[in-house]
Design a protein around this ligand. Structure first.
Ligand code: HEM
Length: 402
């Protein structure tokens, strides 16, 4: 079976297909027009191996074999987008990560909690009086977009525009084919936008991350120009296109499981473990960045040839019955819960403490302010986004019942 993850059916509910693949075809093949023949990993143990085994690289440039026609046609602009830490291995990865790591430590994030509470409260105030709201557009998206833009130093007027581009970009690369090329104008606009931001912070330095990164680039050997643009892109995109799904999918999971919602409302101290279960069960990120095979690797009796692309569905790994008891049950008290939602190994999510804190504060504030919240449409009418690497709702209409 050649898997196509981008169908509407799989975007709506990929889990039955993942279950089938884990059982019958743990090394499935995919026709990926951009990368050529690719393999899809769906089991937990295999995912862990890919994260840890140095024969799988994040750096496309290390394997020229298997380069597809589309890739060869990709202009230099793609190179800019591939210079960030997630697309390279150590030592370049470590050098880049160290430059921003300090801004994302649990201690730094703790200090931002009051600010996040203010952002959540302001958005919830705005909803007051409305019978129905879209929880994605009016809340789940706005919290992380505001937080990461404030941290980075993106002017208010540009934030919605950037989100529009990043959403189109994710959608485009998910088509895994020629449609990716239609995203080139968007990529071009984004690069221009980042260059303008860099110019702005060069002449008008502020106490923000972009200013810090501009200084690192000016230092010469700490960050190249491409890496600077690429880093801003990665942090802005990863900083909001993921957490929006944690908040919205989490709200949905709670509304669809009223016993769990009630348990949480009766005992708010369960919020930490509820966030971990939302991450495992609802998978804000469905598939990690592609890996490439540096030498032939044998897996499940097959040889994966050097140069092949490996795609790992952490969403499937997080529902693997050999790793989790009753994996399709949403249990906010689940212990242990060794989910892979933030990845593993050297590329483990840099923003994990930030995302956890945002999710916790946003859901806490929402449930406190509107405890009688309910879905405004049946679950089966909800529409999911077309992007395959993140798992997110287009909209989540809810009645506030204030
Ligand atoms: C619920 C929210 C989030 C989820 C589920 C998530 C998930 C992930 C995953 C799975 C990876 C590893 C990808 C791989 O190995 O290919 C990753 C890496 C990364 N994430 Fe997150 N992320 C979230 C929020 C954030 C936030 C808020 C930021 C803030 C900027 C962020 C920044 C990054 C960065 C920079 C990397 C690359 C790290 C590296 O290469 O060393 N993420 N994330």
């Amino acid at each position: 079976m050649t898997v196509n993850l981008a169908t509407r059916e799989l975007r709506t509910n990929p889990y039955p297909t993942y279950q089938h693949l884990r059982k019958n075809e743990p090394l499935a093949t995919m026709q990926h027009t951009l990368f050529g023949k690719s393999y899809l990993i769906t089991r937990y143990d295999d995912a862990v191996q890919v994260f840890k085994d140095p024969r799988f690289t994040n750096d496309r440039r290390k394997v020229k074999e298997g380069t597809s026609i589309i890739e060869r046609m990709m202009p230099n602009i793609m190179v800019t987008f591939q210079s960030q830490m997630l697309s390279v291995d150590d030592p370049d990865h470590r050098r880049q990560r160290d430059l921003v790591h300090k801004a994302f430590t649990p201690k730094m994030i703790e200090q931002m909690a009051v600010k996040m509470e203010g952002i959540s409260a302001g958005l919830l105030d705005k909803m007051n009086g409305k019978p129905t709201v879209d929880m994605v557009g009016e809340y789940a998206l706005q919290v992380p977009l505001t937080v990461i833009s404030d941290m980075m130093g993106v002017p208010h007027k540009d934030r919605a525009k950037f989100h529009h581009w990043s959403a189109a970009f994710l959608e485009g690369i998910s088509s895994l084919g020629w449609r990716t090329l239609t995203q080139l104008p968007t990529m071009y606009r984004m690069v221009q936008f980042f260059r303008r931001l860099i110019d702005l912070r060069t002449v008008d330095p502020q106490d923000d991350l972009i200013t810090g990164l501009v200084r690192a680039e000016q230092d010469g050997d700490r960050l190249s120009k491409d890496e600077l643009v690429s880093m801003i892109f990665l942090l802005l995109l990863a900083g909001h296109e993921t957490t929006v799904n944690l908040i919205a999918n989490g709200t949905l999971a709670l509304l669809e499981n009223p016993d769990q919602l009630q348990k949480l409302q009766q005992n708010p101290a369960l919020m930490d473990s509820a966030i971990e279960e939302i991450l495992r069960y609802s998978n804000p990120v469905e598939q990690i960045a592609p890996r490439w095979v540096l030498e032939d690797v044998e897996l499940h009796g097959q040889i994966i040839p050097r140069g092949s692309t490996i795609l790992v569905s952490t969403a499937s790994a997080n529902r693997d019955e050999t790793a989790f008891d009753k994996p399709d049950t949403f249990d906010i008290e689940r212990q242990p819960n060794k989910h892979l939602a933030f990845g593993l190994g050297i590329h483990y999510c840099l923003g994990a403490p930030l995302a956890r804190m945002e999710g916790k504060i946003a859901l806490d504030a929402l449930l406190n302010r509107y405890p009688k919240l309910e879905l405004a449409v049946p679950s089966d009418q909800l529409q999911w986004r077309g992007a395959v690497n993140v798992r997110g709702l287009k909209a989540l209409p809810v009645r506030l019942n204030a």
